[in-house]
Design a binder for this molecule. Structure first.
Ligand code: HEC
Ligand code: HEC
Length: 374
């Protein structure tokens, strides 16, 4: 062996040793950072949502986000998770509670919102006070009325947990956990929670012809036609007993979200506490405006409205029928749609309710990919 060969051999030995040292630092399975891009399966006719460019969906990110969503480690007393107020069994809302109670037994002042089809929303919360799903996480985590934890402490606890550093490495390529990684992971999981499998979706698939809301004609009363009649009340124009609901709850129902993603005033009396969108814009004209909620999965998400004031859909329908109060006249649609009592007949109300209930997708409640992973 000449000098050169000896040198090469020892260099080789040295790098082999280094390799061993490096590989001992981490679980060898995830030494390589190679996240797996994924996309969400959607029915034909539903346009995909767009993730932020710095937070694409990956299998590893979604898996981690799902664990964090269900893990009480994110709360001040480690006793409450996001799922405590967003329970799958109730369409990811809070089990019939008008207001949710946080870890310090303090009630908030708004009804919990459902978590599904959020990838398409333009802003979060009843008043749109949070621009996206990533920053939204900071709200409940640090709110004294909710999980009452500091982001710094949540990150510290996750870093000290035996399982999380590896999972963060797999999702984001670093095992030094940051608040931004935490928020991104939860947002990724939330974007995967979609719901498009209601009776209505199955009967009128998004890529097929919808029943024409303007067609008149006599409709026989069988269960399906009850729903169709309800759909016409929801959407028809310039006919007696129009509901005009579609103006706010989906300009074109084929967009399939049953919301226009805008803020509206829907004639609720002021509850004395919550000025809604005005909290964000500070404009008097926005007092009483709230984000139009989706009408999907109402069968599971009672009570209704930002303050959960209505326990049943019958109460909601009574409100629109003759209870609307136009104390704020700045919403053009409300002025047009809600100024006069609708005078629904008994049958109209029953049909409208049947239509609303046909938008509920019970597979959301049992879908294993969204359930508690622990
Ligand atoms: C104490 C109950 C409670 C907990 C815990 C909680 N939330 Fe919420 N969540 C609510 C309420 C109430 C609202 C409506 C708040 C508002 O409009 O100001 C809401 C709204 C939301 C929204 C907005 C949905 C939309 O359509 O705009 C998202 C997203 C959300 N929560 C996710 C989470 C995540 C993620 C966690 C855990 C980090 C969490 N929540 C923890 C009660 C809770
Ligand atoms: C002018 C716009 C507008 C019109 C028209 C309208 N809505 Fe609404 N709807 C809203 C807004 C905004 C909210 C949330 C209000 C709040 O919580 O303060 C809402 C809330 C609801 C809710 C409660 C959902 C939940 O998750 O709490 C239901 C159900 C509903 N509307 C059904 C209807 C029906 C049925 C019609 C037609 C008869 C209708 N809406 C017409 C804007 C409108």
């Amino acid at each position: 062996m000449n000098k050169k060969q000896i040198l090469l051999l020892s260099l080789f030995g040295l790098s082999a040793m280094l390799l061993v040292i490096v590989s001992c630092r981490k679980d060898p399975k995830i030494l390589e950072y190679s996240p797996t891009p994924i996309s969400v399966q959607l029915p034909a006719g539903v346009n995909p949502f767009v993730s932020p460019s710095d937070n694409p969906l990956t299998a590893e990110g979604v898996k981690l986000g799902r664990m964090l969503f269900y893990d009480p480690i994110l709360s001040g007393n480690n006793g409450m998770s996001c799922a405590s107020c967003h329970s799958q069994k109730f369409g990811f809302t809070d089990q019939g509670h008008q207001f949710s109670m946080g870890i310090d037994s303090i009630f908030g002042d708004r009804n919990s919102m459902p978590i599904f089809n959020l990838g398409w929303e333009r802003a979060m919360f009843w008043d749109g006070g949070s621009p996206n799903l990533e920053t939204q996480v900071l709200g409940p985590l640090s709110s004294p009325l909710e999980m009452h934890e500091t982001m710094a402490n949540a990150v510290k606890e996750l870093q000290a947990d035996p399982k999380y550093p590896n999972l963060f490495f797999a999702a984001f390529g670093s095992d030094s956990i940051t608040s931004s990684m935490l928020m991104k992971a939860i947002a990724q999981f939330e974007r995967t929670v979609v719901s498009f499998n209601s009776y209505f979706d199955r009967t009128y698939p998004a890529d097929k012809q919808f029943p024409d809301p303007k067609s008149r004609g006599i409709i026989a009363l069988n269960p399906k036609n009850t729903i169709e009649r309800g759909y016409r009340i929801f959407s028809k124009e310039n006919l007696p007993n129009s509901g005009h609901c579609w103006h706010c709850h989906g300009a074109d129902p084929r967009t399939n979200f049953f919301t226009d993603f805008e803020y509206h005033f829907n004639g609720l009396s002021f509850n004395g506490l919550d000025s809604g969108r005005q909290r964000i814009t500070r404009l008097e004209r926005d007092k009483g405006f709230f984000k139009t909620p989706t009408l999907r999965n109402l069968a599971f998400t009672a009570p209704y409205m930002h303050d959960g004031r209505f326990k049943t859909l019958d109460e909601v329908i009574e409100h629109y029928d003759h209870g609307a109060m136009l104390w704020n006249t700045n919403d053009g649609l409300a002025n047009f749609d809600l100024a006069k009592p609708m005078n629904f007949s008994f049958q109209d109300k029953a049909d409208l309710k049947a239509f609303l209930l046909s938008l509920s997708d019970s597979s959301l409640l049992t879908n294993k990919t969204f359930s508690n992973p622990f």
